[in-house]
Design a binder for this molecule. Structure first.
Ligand code: MSP
Length: 519
């Protein structure tokens, strides 16, 4: 694998980030970090989607300009991702000048080659979705099924993209590429939607929507959000309709677009059709994750249950975002909905990260210091009964990541931690020491520490700070590629002194959390 190009959806900036947005960025960051353990060149793109009627109206309601709203809220997303250790390569804003220029050129090219045409149209527009809805998709009461709001009737002369021209090629492509849409059960939904697809509006009248990129050849029209937003995946790399630059040639096509299930249609129908029209290769995978609910309810402003990711870190007084990252990433199987609850968060991270993983390292190192002054002797090295399970887990985790099964991979890691804990329990090194069987005792401890290095490498994408703390105590090189991992990681000699042993994860304090909830 030479390169890995991964992207997230770009978030609307009409509000601040919530844990649903965070879920996606965490999943993507974990996938990106996992692939840095397999390939030298990972490019991770995220950003904000800043044009459209929704942003125009929110700004007006707050008495500020759209640009002021975008600057303020885009910064909130950046700060949140910093707090969560989202290690992106580039943060794109659709108001970036170079993005706007290329979008205009893309639109112009499609217009000139006849893929875009002007057409008078009356349709039902949902501002929440920023798109026209098909009347047959509305609820019985005539509401948008996602936003439960009545769409407005819009009659305009707009530019349209000839989506119907690409219908058959798209159907064939999806059928012939089973891994294109992940999870696979969503491909059928997309194929159904494709059955009655129409040409789509790709511009809005300037008289109705001022906050958008101008159509180059028509000052009365602004480019409609989806063609603007989706193009970010190529403009960020420096795509140009004339001479695409080296970065673009190197990274395109994307290895995966990570998005929510609600915007799958735009990514698996509109975007591939735009790319076909531009004569560009299609992304390798579109991974549609599920939605995060709060205490099993949909997150919404009206229910007052919107949670910001940084407030979780603050209310649990977390030094690192690792526990939150771990919890979110393991909250739902691939593509399914997940749930956040304070109680479940406490229970899960205390059980997995503190009791199982953290304690295992702490106990093992403490015994090494107690019985051997922290030294690993050559006679402690030998056949490791945990090696087969551990190296098998590395392969299983890799396979899970290739299928975007991030929660499933975390379960495999915890099963390895459990196996190591059971091995300690079964072999009771404290009893061996009491009985004077010191070599056997040292072997058990060394076997566990060797496996702890593998656990550390596997948990790193989820918990980069905890992994760094673990590597310091194990003198392990976290840059080791997954394929180079062996079961022989601990060097002989003095490994650690008593004062250097530190718990890598302290139990989440329930009192603190309870207080914050009452606040
Ligand atoms: N701007 C568009 C995406 C354009 S991509 C070229 C958009 N923005 S959004 O802010 O509404 O959503 C951004 C991402 O966050 C989407 O992938 C969406 O599915 C995801 N989520 C928004 N709320 C969510 C949850 N409650 N749970 C999980 N993900 C959620 O759509």
């Amino acid at each position: 694998m030479e390169k890995y190009y991964i992207t997230t959806a770009i978030d609307y900036v009409n509000g601040a980030p919530h844990i649903g947005h965070a879920y996606e960025k965490i999943l993507t960051d974990i996938i990106a970090r996992h692939y840095t353990q397999r390939c030298d060149d990972v490019y991770f793109l995220t950003g904000t989607d800043e044009h459209g009627i929704k942003i125009q109206k929110t700004a007006a309601a707050q008495g500020i300009t759209p640009k002021e709203l975008c600057d303020m809220n885009s910064q909130k997303f950046k700060s949140a991702w910093k707090a969560l250790d989202i290690d992106y390569t580039k943060f794109i804003r659709t108001t970036d000048e170079d993005h706007e220029k290329i979008v205009q050129k893309i639109f112009d090219k499609l217009l000139k080659q006849g893929d875009i045409y002007k057409h008078s149209y009356e349709g039902l527009y949902c501002q929440g979705c920023e798109c026209f809805l098909n009347p047959k998709d509305l609820t019985e009461d005539g509401l948008c099924p996602d936003h439960l709001k009545k769409p407005e009737v819009v009659k305009e002369e707009n530019y349209f993209f000839r989506l119907t021209k690409y219908k058959d090629t798209l159907i064939k492509y999806i059928k012939e590429h089973p891994g294109f849409i992940v999870p696979e059960f969503r491909a059928n939904e997309v194929l159904n939607q494709l059955e009655d697809i129409q040409d789509i509006s790709v511009s809005r009248a300037k008289s109705n929507v001022q906050w958008g990129i101008d159509v180059l050849s028509d000052s009365e029209q602004s480019i409609y959000v989806w063609i603007d937003a989706l193009s970010n995946y190529i403009t960020a790399l420096g795509f140009d309709t004339e001479t695409p630059c080296e970065t673009f040639k190197k990274y395109w096509p994307a290895d995966v677009h990570v998005i929510g299930k609600d915007i799958l249609k735009f990514h698996s129908i509109y975007w591939p059709a735009f790319l076909m029209a531009l004569n560009l290769p299609l992304p390798k995978h579109i991974f549609a994750h599920g939605w995060i609910t709060i205490d099993e309810s949909k997150m919404s402003k009206s229910l007052g249950n919107v949670i910001s990711p940084t407030s979780v870190l603050e209310s649990f007084n977390l030094e690192y975002p690792d526990a939150f990252r771990y919890y979110m990433a393991s909250s739902a199987p691939c593509g399914r909905d997940g749930n956040y609850s304070d109680d479940d968060f406490k229970e899960k991270v205390n059980a997995h990260l503190a009791n199982s993983m953290g304690n295992l390292l702490n106990r093992t190192l403490s015994m090494l210091v107690k019985y051997f002054d922290g030294e690993v002797k050559p006679e402690f090295k030998g056949e490791n009964p945990l090696a087969k399970k551990a190296l098998g887990s590395v392969q299983i985790v890799k396979n899970h990541f290739d299928n975007f099964e991030i929660a499933e991979a975390s379960l495999e890691i915890i099963s390895l931690v459990d196996a190591a804990n059971k091995y300690v329990q079964d072999n009771a090194p404290w009893t061996l020491a009491k009985e004077g069987k010191m070599t056997e005792c040292g072997q058990v401890l060394t076997n566990v520490l060797d496996i702890m290095c593998i656990i550390c490498a596997l948990i790193y994408p989820y918990c980069p700070n905890i992994a760094a703390d673990m590597t310091r105590q194990l003198s392990f090189n976290l840059k080791t590629k997954l394929d180079d991992l062996t079961a022989d990681n601990i060097k002989c000699g003095k490994l650690i002194s008593k004062e250097d042993i530190k718990p890598v994860f302290l139990r989440v304090d329930s009192e603190l959390a309870d207080k914050s909830v009452k606040k």
